[in-house]
Design a binder for this molecule. Structure first.
Ligand code: ZN
Length: 168
């Protein structure tokens, strides 16, 4: 089981996280925490109109949370906000037991699919993504992002239901 959870690609992202440098300038900075594991992430995003031009993912936490943030940095740079939301939604669906999508490129996130067998770790994998969703929403609304906490979010079919739609 641990072999599956900590696959080599996950460890590689954990040891050498992509997008882990602070940005010189950014449009929005958001932070999230996962108290059940102690994971924290600070996320910086610079937009070019509606496109994510650059992202800084500053993680402190377990291998799953830092790897997920690293994979997120790789996948979302260059995407539009809508495309990034689509990726986030699809990844959340996988974590909640869905099949891995074949029509959306989730990059190395495939390596995290085994996490869905470990409900307590799903929040680790989703932390950077729910933080991203609130960062994009806050930018859209012209407000400061909330500090996102996974605490109180449920482990069942509808946890972390942070989407651009339902909070708009
Ligand atoms: Zn964790």
């Amino acid at each position: 089981m641990m072999d599956e959870l900590y696959r080599e690609v996950v460890l590689d992202h954990h040891r050498s996280p992509r997008g882990a440098s602070a940005l010189d300038n950014f449009d929005v900075q958001a932070s999230g925490k996962n108290p059940s594991c102690g994971d924290e992430v600070t996320l910086q995003v610079r937009f070019d109109a509606d496109t994510i031009a650059a992202v800084g993912v500053l993680s402190r936490g377990c291998a799953i949370s830092t790897a997920s943030g690293s994979m997120m940095a790789e996948v979302i740079e260059g995407l539009t906000v809508d495309q990034a939301q689509e990726v986030a939604d699809r990844f959340k669906a996988v974590m909640h037991g869905g099949e891995f999508p074949v029509d959306v490129d989730l990059g190395d996130l495939e390596a995290l699919e085994g996490v869905k067998q470990f409900p307590v770790r799903i929040k680790c994998a989703l932390l950077p993504w729910v933080t991203l969703l609130d960062a994009m929403l806050a930018h859209h609304q012209g407000r400061e992002p909330d500090t996102i906490s996974t605490e109180g979010l449920r482990d069942d079919a509808e946890p972390m239901n942070v989407t651009l739609e339902d909070r708009r």
